[in-house]
Design a protein around this ligand. Sequence first.
Ligand code: AMP
Ligand code: MG
Length: 293
Amino acid sequence: MGKKKKSKKTAGWTGDVADLLRVGPDFDLASFDRGGTPGWDGDKTSAAAFMRKRGDELSDLQERLFADGKSDGTHSVLLLLQGIDTAGKGGIVRHVIGMVDPQGVALASFGVPTAEEASHHHLWRIRKQLPPPGKIGVFDRSHYEQVLVVKVDELEPPDVNATRYDELVDFDHEIVSGGTTLIKVAMMVSHAEQGERLKERLERPDKWWKYNPGDIDVRERWDDYQAAYSEMLTRTSTEEAPWYVIPADRKWYARLAVTELLYGALTDLDLAWPEADFDPKVELERLAETSRA
Ligand code: AMP
Ligand code: MG
């Protein structure tokens, strides 16, 4: 007798992740469950299998985007990652973006502005890093730090800072109008989980490089940061450039969800392979003529 095949339901998404995680007018950060796995009908193991499948698909979609860019296409994608230290931004870059060809990726990280950057308008350094057609841009932190660390630490006068929300919305509009699909992701980790992750960074010598004593200063201002995130999310989530809030206490879920958002955005572009600007038949004949057999 042959082995009986277990009837196993394939794990998957129960709904549109983008709809589930998009920030709408009623969004309330305080009641947002950071340990949740909205929309995922499965566990960590089934997520890993699903990620492999999506990885192959993403790779194909990214190549289409790249090919389109080489053929005078105007599309690009920008995945913007925000989150407090330990929220898992680096893990997204490694595990999600790591699934596609690095030649098609334009990665930029934004830290404390250099003296030169600080001498310009805050969007100066950001503009320089916007992805060209054909590329998937990834921002590890972004122009939104202007209403996060800059606001919380009062690095500019509050009355000036208050004007930033509208400015950021206008800037997003400019990005989107240029042919870029903007995916704004806010990774939200709980206070307890952040404590665990910082502890791990301190206890493991292979993680010390990730630690910065300033991370504790930021943690001490947890409530201020939460208030700043909340205001940012509700004031700058627009129809053309919405925020997606990702529960980040389970790393596997955060990666799975961001993968799905990227997959959805690339699928929506509906890119066909570019037409040849030569005659393949003629070229095949020419190739045959080069035979030395
Ligand atoms: P990390 O992402 O851990 O390498 O840290 C980058 C640091 O740069 C964080 O502490 C951010 O708060 C800081 N940072 C990013 N953008 C700005 C900005 N516009 N002004 C001040 N600090 C910033
Ligand atoms: Mg850090």
